[in-house]
Design a binder for this molecule. Structure first.
Ligand SMILES: NC(=O)c1ccc[n+]([C@@H]2O[C@H](COP(=O)([O-])OP(=O)(O)OC[C@H]3O[C@@H](n4cnc5c(N)ncnc54)[C@H](OP(=O)(O)O)[C@@H]3O)[C@@H](O)[C@H]2O)c1
Length: 326
């Protein structure tokens, strides 16, 4: 009798274990942290296959085989969109992409760029067009991206570069809470929410197309607290976009790459109005002793946009004259 009870319990245990294992194989990878599950149950192959469906797909690398790396850096035939393309770093990225043969959809907001694209197209034989868009409005982004797809038929590369500097001081300086909260919300709306809105809008396009490369402009301030200026909101916003890009790189691994470029100090209008004494102090802290020209950033974006970077995703390229190396 006791033997039969043991046998019954044993059989029930086997059935339950089998059901549990099937359940894990089918469902748990969707809801739980995959690495914990794989460590615990050793189903790494099953989980990797389900989470990363293109992990072993060679079709993306086959077209690369007969080209030199120099040829892979060409953007000929690609359509690239650049937010904040009207000036500063974005304008140099637009120039670099066009010089490599891309047709560029140039986003502007308040800066008139009507006279700029004619000469650019004449110089490089491209078909770059200007699009007015407020990146803090998801509807404006959606409308603009739809128009670009309708004009060009696709978008290969999207650079979320538009951004503003923190105009406040340390977080306790403003005594009025309401004013401080409004200032905080407005800033984060411009430098964080706008990146998320851009990602949602372009992510849909990339998913539908089955390809794409998103590049977000971060900053060395996402990795270090640069001094002497106090700008917790800016530093935190840039740390956010760097980690956000890494996360999207994993979410989108089946259809698109996502990376960030993190500049150090760059001579643009973002920093142009700041006092000379502050910039002199920066120069003493930068190992190379100077700020970058916007052009010195553009090569990093060109690489990430190109087919030379087909294995690069979830990366952050820092271009800071050695600032974060020490
Ligand atoms: N300069 C630096 O030292 C430095 C260092 C690290 C990171 N960054 C980052 O690099 C990026 C570009 O900065 P930058 O130095 O080139 O600045 P910038 O010369 O001041 O240019 C800012 C760009 O953002 C656009 N923009 C701002 N608000 C917008 C909005 N609501 N909708 C659409 N476009 C908007 C502007 O467009 P309009 O002019 O047409 O309005 C402009 O093209 C930013 O994300 C910044 O945080 C800069």
């Amino acid at each position: 009798m006791l033997k039969n009870i043991y046998m019954y319990i044993y059989i029930q245990l086997i059935i339950t274990t089998k059901k549990f294992s099937d359940h894990i194989k089918e469902n748990i990878w969707k809801t739980y942290d995959c690495s914990t599950v794989t460590r615990t149950f050793g189903f790494s192959t099953i989980f990797k296959m389900k989470l990363f469906p293109r992990a072993n797909d060679q079709s993306t690398t086959t077209p690369l085989k007969n080209k030199s790396v120099y040829e892979l850096l060409s953007l000929k035939g690609k359509v690239c969109a650049v937010t904040g393309g009207s000036r500063g770093i974005g304008a140099e990225v637009v120039d670099a992409f066009a010089s490599a043969g891309a047709d560029v959809a140039v986003f502007y907001h308040s800066t008139d760029i009507s006279g700029k694209l004619g000469p650019l197209n004449a110089k490089y034989g491209t078909n770059c067009k200007a699009y007015r868009c407020d990146v803090t409005e998801i509807a404006s982004l959606d409308k603009t991206v739809s128009k670009i797809v309708s004009d060009y038929g696709k978008i290969d590369v999207f650079v979320a570069n538009a951004g503003v500097a923190w105009k406040g001081a340390d977080i306790l300086k403003e005594s009025n809470d309401q004013v401080a909260v409004e200032q905080w919300k407005k800033f984060l709306h411009q430098d964080v929410d706008a990146v998320h809105y851009s990602a949602r809008v372009i992510g849909r396009v990339f998913k539908e197309q089955g390809f794409g490369s998103m590049i977000i402009t971060g900053s060395m301030s996402g990795a270090v607290v640069n001094v002497p200026q106090l700008q917790a909101a800016y530093n935190a916003a840039k740390a956010f976009v760097i980690q956000y890009a890494k996360s999207l790189a994993i979410e989108w691994v089946g259809f698109a790459r996502v990376n960030t470029v993190s500049p150090g100090y760059v001579s643009t209008s973002l920093t142009g109005s700041l006092p000379k004494e502050l910039k002199d102090t920066w120069n003493t802290l930068i190992p190379m002793g100077r700020s970058a020209l916007p052009k010195e950033l553009a090569g990093a974006y060109l690489y990430l946009a190109s087919d030379a970077a087909t294995y690069t995703t979830g990366s952050n390229i820092t271009v800071d004259g050695g600032y974060t190396a020490i």
